[in-house]
Design a protein around this ligand. Structure first.
Ligand SMILES: Nc1nc2c(ncn2[C@@H]2O[C@H](COP(=O)(O)OP(=O)(O)OP(=O)(O)O)[C@@H](O)[C@H]2O)c(=O)[nH]1
Ligand SMILES: [Zn+2]
Length: 291
C-alpha cells in the first residue's frame, strides 16, 4: 500500500504527497472513533481510488505541535530580528524552552542584518547566541545574505519557523523560495494588533529534500504544561549538570551546593540565561491552575 505525507488539510480533505503526486484524500471514519486526527506532517498509508484517495493508517509520530497543529517536526528555525523589533534574549530563551520541551532541534536565525550599521553589534548578539550552544545564522532578506546557510540547514528536516510578529519570517521564506511570494505587510501595520498575515498550515517540499511549514509555530508561549522541576532540563547547558546538585529536586535558586549556581559563578553558564531561568521558574510557580 502506498505511503505519503499529509501536506495540507482543507475542508475535510487531506492532501497526501507521494513523490511528485499529491492525492486528495478522505480519512477513514475509524480514525474519529479512535480519537485520531490526522495532522499536517503525518506519514500515512493511503489507498488511491481514481482521482481521490483514502487515508487508511497514520504512522507513529516523532513529535506533535499543538499550535500550529503539525506532526513530525524535527527542527524549529527561531527567527529573531536584530532590530525592528530589537533582539530579545528573554523571548529567545522562552522559545528555546519550548523547542527543548517538544523534543525539537533549534536553529537561531538573526534577521534584518542590513538594518544594523555596526558590525560589532551583530557580533555581540551572535556571540551571545552561539555561547548557548545552538547553531546561529545571520541573515538579511533584503540583501539576501545568509539565505543559503538557512537553506542548507533545512535540507533533510521537517522544519517550522517561529518568532514574534514582524521579525521577518515571511520575508525569509520568500527569499528562500522566491516563487512562493508569501504575503508580507509593513511592520507598522502589524505590530500592536497581533495580526498574522499567515493563516493556514501547509508543508512546502524542498527540491533538495525536506519540508518546511509555511506558517509560524509556537504562537502560545505560556508555561502551562511545564512543571517547575522540569524547567532546568530545557536549558541545554544546565541539563548536563543537574545530577551534580547536592539535593535531589534542587531548583537551583537558594539551595546549598547547587551545581548550576556554581557553573554560573564560574562563568560557564551565561548570567542572562540563568536570570531567565529564575524568571521562568517564578512564572511557573505563580501560575494559576487552569480549570
Ligand atoms: N530591511 C529589512 N527589512 C525586513 C527584513 N525582513 C523583513 N523585513 C521587513 O519587516 C517587516 C515584517 O516582515 P515579515 O516578513 O512580514 O514578518 P513576519 O515575521 O512574517 O510577521 P508576521 O506575519 O506578523 O508573523 C516587513 O516590512 C518586511 O519588509 C530584512 O532582512 N531587512
Ligand atoms: Zn541545583
Amino acid at each position: 500500500m502506498p505511503q505519503g505525507r499529509i501536506v495540507k488539510v482543507l475542508a475535510g480533505y487531506y492532501y497526501v504527497q507521494d513523490g511528485d503526486q499529491c492525492w486528495q484524500c478522505r480519512a477513514r471514519g475509524v480514525f474519529r472513533k479512535k480519537g485520531i486526527t490526522p495532522l499536517v506532517g503525518d506519514e500515512v498509508v493511503y489507498e488511491a481510488n481514481g482521482t481521490e484517495g483514502t487515508v487508511t493508517e497514520v504512522l507513529p509520530r516523532t513529535s506533535e505541535l499543538i499550535r500550529p497543529p503539525i506532526a513530525n517536526i524535527d527542527q524549529a528555525i527561531l527567527v529573531f530580528s536584530l532590530v525592528e523589533p530589537d533582539f530579545n534574549p528573554q523571548l529567545l530563551d522562552k522559545f528555546l524552552v519550548h523547542t527543548e520541551a517538544a523534543g525539537v532541534d533549534a536553529v537561531i536565525c538573526l534577521t534584518k542584518a542590513d538594518l544594523v550599521p555596526n558590525i560589532s553589534e551583530i557580533e555581540r548578539v551572535w556571540a551571545y547566541c552561539e555561547a548557548i550552544g545552538y547553531p546561529v545564522a545571520v541573515t538579511s532578506s533584503k540583501s539576501k545574505s545568509g539565505i543559503e546557510e538557512i537553506r542548507a540547514r533545512l535540507r533533510g528536516h521537517l522544519s517550522v519557523f517561529a518568532g514574534q510578529s514582524g521579525v521577518g519570517k515571511s520575508s525569509l521564506l520568500n527569499a528562500l523560495f522566491n516563487e512562493l511570494n508569501l504575503e508580507t505587510a509593513p511592520i507598522s501595520q502589524k505590530l500592536g494588533r497581533g495580526r498574522h498575515t499567515t493563516r493556514h498550515v501547509e508543508l512546502i517540499r524542498l527540491p533538495e529534500g525536506g519540508w518546511v511549514a509555511d506558517t509560524p509555530g509556537f504562537s502560545s508561549l505560556d508555561f502551562q504544561a511545564i512543571a517547575a522541576g522540569e524547567l532546568g532540563l530545557y536549558f541545554k547547558e544546565m541539563r548536563s549538570r543537574l545530577g551534580e546538585c547536592k539535593f535531589r529536586g534542587c531548583l537551583h535558586v537558594n539551595e546549598p551546593n547547587c551545581a548550576v549556581r556554581a557553573a554560573v559563578e564560574a562563568g560557564e553558564i551565561q548570567p542572562a540565561r540563568y536570570q531567565h531561568y529564575v524568571e521562568f521558574l517564578q512564572e511557573i510557580k505563580d501560575r494559576k491552575p487552569r480549570y
